[in-house]
Ligand binder design. Structure first.
Ligand code: ATP
Length: 266
């Protein structure tokens, strides 16, 4: 699906979190929104997910304006909001709650089709063998992959991820991002992730939206995301270390080691 954002503005009394934000993400594209803390990334994603009302402007999915939370928009959170005492499988199943209701989803009374969806989603994120493990016993990276599986069970057409790897160590962050991108590509999901780690963003993103103080200061491809552009988005100090980073093209082949599940059915 094509995501189009038009002149989105969000004011919180004194603060203008977003100001006349417009961009379009083509069907099946893995896009990343960049910006320093307070730039408006979370506000943007929350509006796209229907969790926050914009002050003005509109969000369109395939030219249809969206006004409320939609079940075909999946969301992966930084704090994944999983039920730690439950298994990965049960948590993935709660992704069906938009369709079957929360208690029914916990009481295992879903149709076989939904159980199948949960297993397929866990397979996609490489956790089929761990389906019965409690989330509490899993690593942070595995927990976030359960969070992705839960979003996939919703069978979204648009996937949003708000700082999905912010609390992970660099190696787990790479693995989770590789699963996220591979999942999006395999399922032809239009995806928008907010990331504050510029190197990870450059490695995995196809299209970029740079926010600064609630305004779009850049939209473009990886090739167009130059050091000068990053300096405009972040300021001089934070981009200094990027000059020593390897060519992002050189690290694009970052498929996770254990990816038998990648290639799940749409
Ligand atoms: N519920 C709210 N009430 C008042 N102000 C808010 C609210 N939510 C966000 N803001 C303000 O809006 C601005 C944008 O915040 P937002 O959380 O969207 O930024 P962000 O880019 O996601 O930052 P971070 O990376 O730190 O999460 C900030 O100035 C923030 O203080």
């Amino acid at each position: 699906m094509v995501l189009r954002v038009e002149n989105l503005t969000k004011r919180y009394s004194e603060t203008t979190a977003l100001s006349e934000v417009s961009f379009e993400i083509p069907d099946g594209t893995f896009a990343v929104v960049l910006g320093e803390s307070g730039a408006g990334k979370s506000t943007l994603l929350r509006i796209l997910n229907g969790l926050t009302e914009p002050t003005s402007g509109g969000v369109y999915i395939d030219d249809e304006e969206i006004t409320n939370s939609r079940s075909d928009v999946g969301m992966v959170f930084q704090q994944h909001n999983l039920v730690e005492e439950l298994s990965a499988y049960s948590n993935a199943l709660t992704g069906t709650l938009n369709r079957t209701g929360f208690f029914r989803s916990l009481l295992s009374r879903q149709p076989a089709e939904e159980k199948e969806l949960a297993l397929e989603a866990l397979e996609t994120v490489g956790l089929l063998d761990e389906a019965g493990q409690t989330v509490r016993s899993m690593s942070g990276g595995q927990q976030q992959r359960v969070g992705i599986a839960r979003a996939l069970v919703q069978q979204p057409e648009l996937l949003l991820a708000d700082e999905p790897v912010a609390s992970l160590d660099p190696s787990s962050a790479e693995t989770v991002m590789a699963y996220l991108r591979e999942t999006a590509k395999t399922r032809d999901l239009t995806t928008l992730a907010s990331l504050h780690q510029v190197n990870i963003a450059r490695e995995f993103g196809e299209q970029f939206i740079g926010l600064k103080q609630g305004r779009v200061v850049f939209t473009g491809s990886r090739e167009e995301l130059t050091t000068d552009v990053l300096e405009e988005i972040y300021g001089h100090i934070e981009t200094e270390e990027l000059r020593e980073e390897p060519d992002p093209e050189a690290v694009i082949d970052t498929a996770p080691e254990e990816t038998p599940g990648i290639g799940a059915k749409p």
